[in-house]
Design a protein around this ligand. Structure first.
Ligand SMILES: *Cc1c(COP(=O)(O)O)cnc(C)c1O
Length: 405
């Protein structure tokens, strides 16, 4: 099925606005995607008719709010094909989900235990492990990135020892777009007795994600990058492993019984959900999933790939363009530099022309160091972007190249 992009765009009124008097061309989707009216309306409906704290109310509205939140948990479970709703933990985002894993699974690690990361990780999949390193004396090892932006898998295999406990890798790079072979990497980690955690912030928005097929132990993602609301993330965790882990934070919701003699924990997944959750946005996440499923995730992926290929071919028309990330299997992210022009200047000039791109290190400074640069310009696409927008973007880049060249 091919998608009707004009009809899709009508679901995102923000796309009709102007910036500096020019029609907005929004190419910063890897930072956050826009939100369709079905999600906005659901947030509005919940605030207007159903706002009550979840899980502890006898009254009708509290029970309705609880039902909406738990229905969303079941929706997420089905969406990523997890075994049980006990494996779906709501967090504030990918960052919190990864901190939860590093902190709580990390509490089971001992000095000298090893964690394998990669050179293309987002800071949120690096710094939590460094905090753990400071607390527990673990050792961090890093899989290098090859020139085309793929992982050096031969080296990956050689990094394992009998002390390797955790491997944590992004599903797709937010800078290079590289989609990593997660199922194979997880299978190898398991064969060496390590658990496998995947940062799926750039996976879920662009591709069908199936916990059983990927075979990972943890998978983290953010609602705001998949057409959903801000402030909500998901941590999938395999039940047997979550059961062994101590709580991440203490407070309401996460307890069985509290006494000054000793406190017991709630059942999964509540053990890991201390305090009042963002129940409105959690409930509204289910509408974002409905939206993606209505379009069809394979249709979204196919269309975004077409856009990426078109943009990648056309951008090569620009003189002195340098593209970072040319892996055969990519999600819709295009990082580049024009000649010696500073990424920031390029971004500012594009903004004056109504085009929103991201510039800088993209929370991946070790990757910048790998390529010997300080930052890139990044254009990232979503299902509502069009070829016409890419044509305008290329024309604008030509102008920018002339001005800065
Ligand atoms: C955006 C992003 C994160 C962090 O997500 P938050 O929503 O800011 O918590 C982590 N990893 C990758 C690959 C990302 O793109």
């Amino acid at each position: 099925m091919s998608l009707d992009i004009q009809q899709i765009r009508a679901d995102f009124p923000i796309l009709d606005r102007k910036v500096h008097g020019k029609p907005l061309i929004y190419l910063d989707n890897a930072a956050t995607s826009q939100t369709p009216m079905s999600v906005v309306n659901e947030i509005s409906r919940l605030y207007t008719t159903e706002k009550a704290n979840v899980h502890r109310g006898v009254h009708c509205m509290s029970q309705e709010a609880t039902a909406s939140m738990e229905a969303s948990r079941e929706k997420v479970r089905g969406f990523i094909n997890a075994e049980s709703v006990q494996e779906i933990i709501f967090t504030s985002g990918t960052t919190e989900a990864l901190n939860l894993v590093a902190s709580s699974y990390g509490a089971l690690l001992k000095e000298g235990d090893e964690v394998i990361l990669t050179q293309m990780e987002h800071h949120s999949n690096i710094v939590p492990w460094q905090l753990l390193q400071n607390r527990r004396g673990i050792v961090i090892k890093v899989v290098p990135v090859l020139d085309d932006g793929t992982l050096d898998l031969d080296t990956y295999h050689t990094l394992f020892t009998d002390r390797t406990r955790v491997v944590s890798v992004c599903h797709a790079s937010n800078v290079l777009g590289t989609v990593n072979p997660i199922a194979e990497m997880a299978e190898y980690a398991h064969s060496r007795g390590a658990v496998f955690c995947c940062d799926g912030a750039q996976g879920v928005p662009h591709t069908k994600v199936d916990m059983k097929a990927l075979g990972v132990d943890f998978y983290a993602f953010s609602a705001h990058k998949m057409y959903g609301p801000c402030g909500v993330g998901v941590l999938y965790g395999r039940r047997e492993i979550l059961q062994k882990m101590p709580p991440y934070q203490g407070g309401g919701e996460m307890i069985g019984h509290v006494s000054f003699k000793g406190t017991t924990w709630a059942e999964l997944p509540y053990k890991f959900e201390a305090g009042t959750p963002d129940f409105v946005d959690i409930a509204a996440l289910s509408k974002a999933i409905d939206y993606m499923e209505m379009l069809g995730i394979d249709n979204i992926a196919t269309y975004e790939n077409e856009l990426l290929e078109y943009a990648a071919a056309r951008i090569r028309e620009i003189k002195d363009i340098r593209i970072f990330g040319t892996a055969p299997h990519k999600c819709a992210v295009l990082s580049f530099l024009i000649g010696d022009a500073h990424h920031y200047d390029t971004g500012i000039l594009l903004d004056r022309l109504g085009i929103a791109v991201r510039t800088g290190h993209h929370c991946a400074q070790p990757l910048m160091e790998r390529f010997g640069i300080e930052g890139t310009v990044r254009a990232s696409f979503a299902v509502y972007n069009t070829r016409e927008e890419i044509d305008t973007f290329i024309k604008a880049l030509r102008r920018v190249a002339e001005m800065l060249g």
